[in-house]
Design a protein around this ligand. Structure first.
Ligand code: ZN
Length: 255
């Protein structure tokens, strides 16, 4: 089984289009949330991703942009974008966002020998918490019952792994294969993982290219991918929408 794992699309249609073209064939699509907020194409992104996603976990921006919680904890730029997004979203998309489940979710396994997997937006213990370092990863790695938890929220591709006293950070080291760049992580038995596919629509690891991951359950590997996209077109849409300039500039900076 091949699962396409996406997170943090953030209304960036150009990045999503490039990712879907580069992903090749997959059996299921696991969507870790924050489909809207920041970017200028929230409805277009939802129209593409809604029918494709097998499972979707809500993100904090999905929650705030659909009016479920206030913008109080957002910085002024995120708040301005959330307000713009809420006004731009169709009634149908707003309603769909409001009905999304909070993580963690457990996808059904296709065969009994597949690893147990969970999906969350932020920490599986708290959807608003960022897992940025080993200290943040410690509690979820110890407490999660599943071997692999896919998470988003930080917009940084990679993750954390633990087996007994071996704790380490996972950082993709890309090699080129068939055009797009990728990095393969072998899933080891008894090791436990928090894996972040990176952000499709607003990477923050100083690499502007759209990020995603493919999980192969039989091969027991996760492949991290980076794919270039039409960033100038995405920036132009942000500027034309009258969203804060910072939201256009940061796309090319990858931060
Ligand atoms: Zn996000």
């Amino acid at each position: 089984m091949r699962a396409l794992v996406l997170s943090d699309i953030h209304g960036n249609l150009e990045a999503l289009t490039a990712v879907l073209a580069a992903a090749g064939e997959w059996d299921v699509l696991w969507n870790l949330g924050d489909m809207v907020g920041y970017g200028a194409s929230p409805n277009e992104v939802l129209d593409v991703v809604r029918p494709l996603a097998t499972l979707t976990v809500r993100g904090n921006h999905d929650r705030v942009c659909s009016g479920l919680t206030s913008t109080r904890n957002f910085n002024p730029t995120a708040r301005a974008a959330a307000k713009w997004t809420m006004e731009a979203l169709s009634a149908q998309n707003l309603e769909w966002l409001r009905g999304l489940p909070q993580g963690p979710l457990e996808p059904e396994r296709k065969t009994p020998d597949e690893a147990h997997v969970s999906l969350a937006h932020g920490s599986p213990l708290n959807e608003d918490q960022y897992i940025q370092n080993m200290r943040d990863a410690w509690a979820p790695l110890r407490q999660m019952a599943t071997a692999i938890t896919f998470v988003g929220h930080t917009h940084i591709q990679g993750g954390f792994a633990q087996k007994d006293h071996d704790w380490h950070e996972l950082r993709p080291r890309y090699g080129s294969r068939a055009g797009s760049e990728m990095s393969t992580l072998a899933i080891e038995p008894e090791m436990r993982y928090l894996i972040n596919p990176g952000a499709v629509g607003q990477p923050r690891d100083f690499d502007w290219r759209a990020a995603f991951a493919i999980y192969h359950s039989e091969a027991r590997e996760v492949v991290f991918h980076r794919v270039p996209y039409d960033v100038a077109a995405a920036q132009q849409r942000v500027r034309r929408a009258g969203l804060p300039e910072r939201l256009a500039a940061r796309l090319k900076e990858g931060r």
